[in-house]
Design a protein around this ligand. Sequence first.
Ligand code: ITT
Length: 194
Amino acid sequence: MTRQLVFATNNRHKLEEVVSKIGEQIKILSLDDIGCYDDIEEIGKTFRENASIKSHYIHNKYNLNCFSDDSGLSVDALNGEPGVFSARYSGEYGNHQANINKVLAKLKGTANRKARFVTDISLIWNSKEYFFEGIIEGTIRKERSGTEGFGYDPIFQPDGYDITFGEMSLEEKNRISHRANAIEQLIAFLEEVS
Ligand code: ITT
């Protein structure tokens, strides 16, 4: 199996989850590790398109094997929103509190709380692109619960559980999450080809 792969993310929570999931099998290099501090514009209309933009940017500039993760929350009663706007739903990029407030306000009085987290990974491996997708179904709570994780974790309760991602340890979330599922597929692929 390959020993080194760049993970094209500026989100330290994603990095932490992925490194913990992958363990010693592959050395993950962060953007910091390769000295990349560029702002990669995410102008795609889908998670997959945005994932592809990020991994191609790094591959084109550094010519390294790399992958990216574009992810977000999709709420049925909001026609799939926040979707690709998950990180900037409130208008301010990365303001998780305001993003959560907007979702809760829009869902006020709505009985259908069904939602899912989606992660699309784009891997560029020996100059060819491969995609992996992970999804976890759940519901949106009426209020926040828990302080673990990041983003929408305090309001997302995965199906089959009575706690939110915000109440789970990193290890628990990493057993079932959308990201963990996509990463498992990535690991299986790399085991096969290397
Ligand atoms: P990079 O593009 O640098 O990887 P980012 O945070 O901008 O980092 P995305 O564009 O993929 O990443 O946006 C993902 C947003 O979706 C993130 O900021 C959260 O608001 C939400 N999100 C994604 N995965 C999540 C998770 O596991 N738990 C909670 N919220 C999540």
